[in-house]
Design a protein around this ligand. Sequence first.
Ligand code: NAD
Length: 355
Amino acid sequence: MTFSGDFTYESRPVRVVFRPGAAVTATPGEVEHLGLRRVLVVCGSRGETVARAVADALGDSCAGLHAEARMHVPVEDADRAVAVARTAGADGVVAVGGGSSIGLGKAIALRTGLPLIAVPSTYSGSEMTPVWGLTEGGAKRTGRDPKVQPRSVVYDPELTRSLPVPLTVTSGINALAHAVEALYAPDTSPLIALMAEEGVRAMTEALPRLATDAADVEARGQALYAAWLCGSCLGSTTMGLHHKLCHALGGTYGLPHAETHTVVLPYALAHNAPAIPKALTVLKRALGTDDPPHALWELAGRLGAPRSLAELGLRETDLAEVAVQVAGQPYANPRPVTADGVRAVLQAAYAGRRP
Ligand code: NAD
């Protein structure tokens, strides 16, 4: 990448502990480091066993366990979690789980100002961003607020060993999408390019190993490290067409988050490719290919991930409506976003044909 000396980069204070076993062994220390005495642990129903182990490790510093996180943070869930935190007299929140659990923790932090510690168990990257999301009446709102950025992140590769292979692959490609769009974001920078390149390389090396052996702790560590880098890219830049499309497909049509990212990414990248020569140079190097959109599509197929919106349950008759919705919003993207252009991307993603 040729050096461009015109950028703004803001880094936010966050402490990271990265170690196998850290969820249980390091979280109490992070609570203490932040001077907290009564933290509420939040998680989803499927992650309760691990979250309970974290809660037990916290001993008297744990004010309760709230296992009600669900995808896309419905606003009534946020209301209930805030009430639970207040009733428990919590002075902080520990979110254990994927983007949904961290999202619920962020919703509490947004309303109450309580500090958040994240213990991620997927590759969503939410722990590295000041972005929150809430769903009300079928529409998902998102925003940025430094209050919701976790103060401490505990990365524990052991925690991700239970992530089933299909979710490992799609969650990993969700992380790649953050790095890809960060490379052509209006607020990208040489630092972002470094993190994105390393994140893409590390994740695409780790995923095939994990598809063969989901319990490979070294590959788990590499994927989690990649998720950290890709999440940092997401937190520091403005996302474009790809994320807007996935947001609309998830928020309005209820399509699953990581799977949708996996299907859409090769097509969104192919659409933007003519306008992003620098980003493509980085991606070609990171992926070891001359054709990054094809390489991403091929990787998803080889590792058994879904490759078409049809497979995810979208109806072909919905494509026009999504295209109008996405093209109607003003946002940064390297190529102009027209209804026809978006529709072409969607049509290709619907069919799942080679980008
Ligand atoms: P998720 O948190 O909903 O988890 C998906 C499923 O996997 C759940 O059933 C969960 O219980 C299970 N799971 C999680 N970790 C597991 C593990 N280690 N072992 C076994 N099962 C496990 O999904 P996600 O993809 O991590 O997050 C998606 C949500 O996060 C979406 O709502 C998305 O909008 C949000 N998100 C937000 C940001 C942000 O910056 N704010 C970034 C990325 C994603």
